[in-house]
Write a protein that binds this ligand. Structure first.
Ligand SMILES: [Mn+2]
Length: 355
């Protein structure tokens, strides 16, 4: 393997070896650094391990939007993210180590959905899949899918039946509360995960914070349902209080226990995430978001999802797919930071370059 001081991009012509002198791993690494579009794309260009072996963090595609009656093309999201995220196998500034040397990160493939026309059956199928992931001690980072995908994930990794033995903490970015009841004949709709999670004791309301509400409301009673149970930090609150205070408020709510992070892209302004199911103007900037997330790096993050991406609505620069890719990388780094706390940091590789 190429190591520090042997950055293949910086090798002089005389030091470059012929392809027949290189091992297959070296060829894969070198082509991956220089040309992320080579080969079969995986999430963050991580090894594809559908058997869930040798994995601490499982990157998972959940190509499903049976919980949403609009913009149903969210099922295309994992493929689009696999393509764009291939160039994001990198370090994160502000994290003094290589996250991929701390954790074994794999692409576990897509959630199998043989009953995709039926939301209730699909939710059960997904729960069974995530239960296998969770029982192996793997922390899942999921690319949805609409926001109904959070329900089966939480049923597997939160609550009494989970390895944590009870409800977990929740950091939920969204411009909507997603605390609706049954809708269209199913509880498993895209706006209900955060009511189901409370009713089924999958996450702890006292350790739950919803962040970024803004825009016109379809139903104000849903926000009220949240305010009666959770800590709610609206986008206006963030602007009024600043990012430092917002971060300390979030950290105080979730504490030191295992915590999940669910990210609905509509919390961002459409300038930074144009291809979402329910865009709302005047949203959060990516600059505000990543400054805030960097301040949350001590959280015991045990899983995350990024939902509501509609690839056909993305622009030719793939801005939304890039935002998702960097978010996914950020979540990997946060998990690695928590795992690495108290340990000597692993030196950063020198291979990171602008690919
Ligand atoms: Mn949502």
């Amino acid at each position: 393997m190429y190591s520090a001081g042997r950055n293949p991009i910086q090798l002089s012509r005389e030091n470059m070896r012929k392809v027949e002198e290189m091992t297959p791993d070296e060829i894969t690494e070198l082509t991956g650094i220089l040309q992320y579009w080579q080969g079969i794309p995986t999430l963050l260009r991580c090894p594809y391990r559908p058997d869930m072996s040798d994995t601490d963090v499982g990157l998972i595609g959940f190509p499903y939007c049976g919980g949403n009656h609009i913009e149903r093309m969210q099922y295309l999201a994992p493929r689009a993210v696999r393509h764009r995220s291939s160039s994001y196998h990198r370090h994160v500034r502000g994290f003094p180590f290589d996250p991929f040397s701390v954790l074994r990160v794999s692409d576990l493939g897509d959630v199998p959905l043989p009953h995709v026309f039926n939301p209730d059956m699909s939710t059960d199928d997904a729960e069974n899949f995530y239960r296998k992931v969770h029982e192996r001690g793997i922390m899942p980072i999921t690319i949805g899918g609409d926001h109904s995908v959070t329900t089966p994930i939480l049923r597997a990794i939160g609550g009494k039946r989970s390895r944590y033995g009870g409800p977990i903490g929740m950091i939920h970015f969204d411009c909507h509360a997603d605390t609706a009841a049954e809708f269209g004949g199913t509880r498993h709709n895209a706006g209900a995960a955060f009511r189901i999670g409370v009713e089924e004791e999958l996450f702890d309301p006292a350790r739950t914070v919803q962040i970024g509400f803004h825009g016109p409301q379809i139903d104000p009673t849903l926000d009220n349902w949240s305010r009666e149970r959770f800590t709610v930090i609206t986008l206006q609150d963030i602007l009024d209080n600043g990012l430092e205070r917002t971060a300390s408020d979030i950290l105080r709510v979730v504490g030191s226990g295992p915590t999940y992070l669910s990210f609905d892209l509509d919390v961002l302004d459409p300038a930074y995430a144009p291809a979402v199911a329910d865009p709302e103007i005047n949203g959060m900037t990516t600059r505000e978001l990543f400054i805030l997330l960097n301040k949350l790096k001590g959280v015991d993050l045990v899983g995350a999802d990024i939902v509501c991406f509609c690839p056909p609505l993305d622009n030719p620069s793939q801005i939304t797919a890039m935002t998702i890719s960097e978010l996914m990388l950020q979540f990997v780094a946060m998990m690695a930071f928590h795992r690495n706390q108290g340990n000597e940091v692993t030196p950063a590789r020198s291979m990171t370059t602008a690919t």
